[in-house]
Design a protein around this ligand. Structure first.
Ligand SMILES: Nc1ncnc2c1ncn2[C@@H]1O[C@H](COP(=O)(O)OP(=O)(O)O)[C@@H](O)[C@H]1O
Ligand SMILES: [Mg+2]
Length: 420
């Protein structure tokens, strides 16, 4: 038996630790630092790589990294040097996410379909460029900005304001030393996630996130307000296209460039005229997509994460998914993604039906009670025989939970229904 150490503190990490703890090969699952819903929390910060390695070594842990920051900081390389088992991409492979400019250049030189773009470090030149275009753009900070460094623009004035925010005001610090100005693609957005071992990429179930804070995709972008799986937006034909033209091509091109990609490879895609364009790569599971996806897993996730590290995914049995839909509704604190109140007591967990999971994110446990501690607080995740019933099951459960400034979207999954 092995212990598992899950690094991170969001809903994604709670879902991963929940699933991994079901493996017959896994003894104890630790979380660093974890949240009010995870067990065996270890008070080590996600960027204290030395302390994490020491803990993993002492406790015979197989380590699973949830968020991007430790991957970008090279946690996998460090653990490998110490002969510690860890699931995820190396620092070099993580560049697909840690530098949007690196990723765009990579796609360009390898012929992977993505929006047209230019790179700037000078605001004046970026402004001139934007004024010369006859289409709308999206302005992106190069580096990691916790999902806030991308500004979708409706006209040139928007774009110029965005350029100033990132390059002049430095709102995202050094992550905004350089920017991408790319063509805005208007289409349907979906997430495609595959588990990779450097050669083989096994697709996870399809899913769709809901990025904006308000219903009908209004308001600013957030980390994600809810997700469901599978999504009819990605039919079999499109799935095959994404798998071949994007995922396999990415893994193969990385290999050609001497980089072995192990871990979850997430392609955020925009679909226009039935063609997928990569908006970005993530080198880990999405949050909240991870929550509905893990709930549908009908296989031992631990076995497959081990196979990813060992480069043996092609020898593993075909994975199977519960033939049901799953919906995750994010319960947030009112005011998110800007400022919001914290430390509010949350009640109603005991009223949630048994087969519905309430994954914790921004919560903490104190004296046996759960308090809010972040913008995205909980991810209520339910299964159903159809998307419609999964939506209804998730909302029934979401309504049972209360705190003073609870806020959630009322239309999670609706986009999918319109396809059926
Ligand atoms: N080229 C594009 N065209 C249209 N929308 C885009 C484009 N690039 C990004 N977006 C929108 O902005 C969101 C955030 O951009 P993304 O590149 O995924 O960055 P991050 O997740 O790091 O914030 C996307 O989910 C998508 O809705
Ligand atoms: Mg994104």
């Amino acid at each position: 038996m092995v212990n598992v150490l899950v690094i991170g503190s969001g809903g994604r990490e709670h879902a991963l630790s929940w699933k991994l703890s079901q493996s017959s090969k896994v003894d104890k699952v630790f979380s660093a630092p974890g949240n009010g819903g995870t067990e065996n929390n270890i008070p080590i910060d996600i960027d204290d790589l030395n302390a994490l390695a020491e803990f993993a070594k002492k406790n015979n842990c197989f380590t699973v990294v949830g968020p991007e920051a430790p991957l970008a900081a090279g946690i996998v390389d460090k653990f490998n040097q110490l002969n510690l088992k860890i699931f995820g991409p190396s620092q070099k492979a993580a560049q697909l996410e840690s530098s949007k400019i690196w990723a765009k250049n990579f796609m360009k030189r390898n012929g992977i379909q993505t929006a047209k773009f230019e790179i700037f470090d000078d605001a004046k030149k970026a402004e001139e460029y934007v004024r010369s275009l006859d289409y709308n753009v999206v302005v992106k900070a190069d580096g990691l900005a916790s999902g806030k460094g991308v500004i979708v623009c409706n006209d040139a004035d928007d774009a110029i304001a965005a350029i100033n925010t990132i390059l002049v005001k430095k709102t995202f610090g050094n992550a905004g030393n350089r920017i991408l100005v790319e063509e805005r693609i208007d289409g349907i957005e979906a997430s495609y996630i595959a588990l990779c071992d450097g050669m083989t990429a096994i697709p996870m179930a399809s899913s769709q996130d809901h990025k904006r804070i308000f219903d009908d995709d209004k308001g600013p972008n957030t980390g994600g307000m809810g997700a469901y799986s599978p999504t009819p937006v990605i039919d079999n034909v499109l799935a095959e296209k994404i798998q071949n033209k994007i995922i396999n091509k990415t893994i193969q091109s990385m290999k050609n460039e001497g980089i072995v990609f192990k871990g979850f490879l997430y392609a955020g895609v925009m679909i226009r005229d039935n063609e997928p364009y990569v908006l970005e790569y993530n080198v880990r599971m999405g949050d909240p997509e991870c929550q509905p996806i893990t709930m549908r897993m009908d296989f031992d996730l631990y076995d497959y994460l081990v196979a990813s590290i060992n480069g043996t995914l092609s020898t593993m049995p075909k994975i199977t998914w519960k033939n049901q839909s799953s919906v995750c509704i994010v319960l947030a604190s009112e005011g998110y993604p800007e400022s919001y109140p914290k430390d509010e007591v949350i009640t109603g967990f005991d009223l949630v039906p048994k087969n519905t999971m309430v994954f914790h994110a921004g919560t903490k446990k104190q004296d046996g009670k759960i308090f809010s501690s972040g913008g995205r607080v909980l991810g209520v995740t339910a299964l159903g025989d159809t998307l419609k019933s999964a939506i209804s099951n998730a909302y029934i459960a979401a309504e049972k939970i209360s705190w003073s400034h609870k806020y959630y979207r009322k239309d999670i999954g609706k986009k999918g229904l319109s396809y059926l």
